[in-house]
Design a protein around this ligand. Structure first.
Ligand code: ADP
Length: 188
C-alpha cells in the first residue's frame, strides 16, 4: 500500500503518520524530517534545503524527488509506505507515479487529505514554534507564506488525486485519537 497523507502545514500529518505507520507496520517517509536531519548534520543537501525552508519556500522539485527516491530505495520490501509532505507539487506527484510504476510495479493507492481551516493552522504552528525550534514556525509572516505556497502549489494536487478517485477528505480538527480513528478506518 502506498498512502499519501496530505494537508496544509500544521494539519497534523507528522503526528498521524507516525501512529499510522506503527499500527499498519508501514514505513513513514517525511520529506520535512529528512530535510531537517540533513540541516542538523549540516550536509550539502541540508545547506541547500535550509535556504528555502527558512523562508517558507518549497525546496526545488529535482532535489526533493531525488532525495525521496533514495529514501524509498532504502526500504525495498516495505509492507507499505506513508508519504508525509510529499508530493507537494504536480511534478512531484508525477515523479512519484513513475517511480512506483517503473521501480516497483506499484501505484499510489490512496490519498488521505486532512482538512483544517487557516486560523487553526496558524494557531497550531505558532504554538509548535515555541517548542520546536523550527525557524519556519517562529514567525507569523513565514507561516502565512507557507500556507500561501500550499494553496498555490500543493492544494491543486487534491484534484489530481480526486480525478483518479483516490482522494478521501478527513476532518483534521478534534482530538489526536479521534482523527487517528478516522484515518485508520480508511486503511483497514
Ligand atoms: P509542514 O507540513 O509543517 O510545513 P514539513 O516538515 O512537511 O512541514 O516541511 C517543512 C518544509 O520543508 C516545507 O515548508 C518546505 O520548505 C520543505 N519541504 C518539505 N517537503 C517538501 C517537498 N515535498 N517539496 C518541497 N519542499 C518540501
Amino acid at each position: 500500500m502506498n498512502i499519501v497523507l496530505f494537508g496544509p502545514p500544521g494539519a497534523g500529518k507528522g503526528t498521524q503518520a507516525v501512529k499510522l505507520a506503527e499500527k499498519f507496520n508501514y514505513i513513514h517517509l517525511s520529506t520535512g524530517d529528512i530535510f531537517r536531519k540533513n540541516i542538523k548534520e549540516n550536509t550539502e543537501l541540508g545547506q541547500l534545503a535550509s535556504s528555502y525552508i527558512s523562508k517558507g519556500d518549497l525546496v526545488p522539485d529535482e532535489v526533493t524527488i531525488k532525495m525521496l527516491e533514495d529514501a524509498a530505495n532504502e526500504n525495498p520490501n516495505a509492507n507499505g509506505i506513508i508519504f508525509d509532505g510529499f508530493p507537494r507539487t504536480i511534478a512531484q506527484a508525477k515523479a512519484l507515479d513513475s517511480f512506483l510504476q517503473t521501480k516497483r510495479n506499484q501505484k499510489v493507492d490512496k490519498m488521505l487529505s486532512l482538512e483544517v481551516d487557516d486560523n487553526e493552522l496558524i494557531k497550531r504552528l505558532l504554538e509548535r514554534g515555541i517548542t520546536s525550534g523550527r525557524p519556519d514556525d517562529a514567525d507569523e509572516g513565514i507561516i502565512r507564506g507557507r500556507i500561501e505556497v500550499y494553496n498555490k502549489n500543493t492544494a491543486p494536487l487534491k484534484n489530481f488525486y480526486m480525478q483518479q478517485g483516490k482522494c478521501v477528505e478527513i476532518m483534521g480538527v478534534g482530538g489526536i485519537d479521534s482523527i487517528f480513528k478516522r484515518l485508520a478506518s480508511e486503511l483497514a
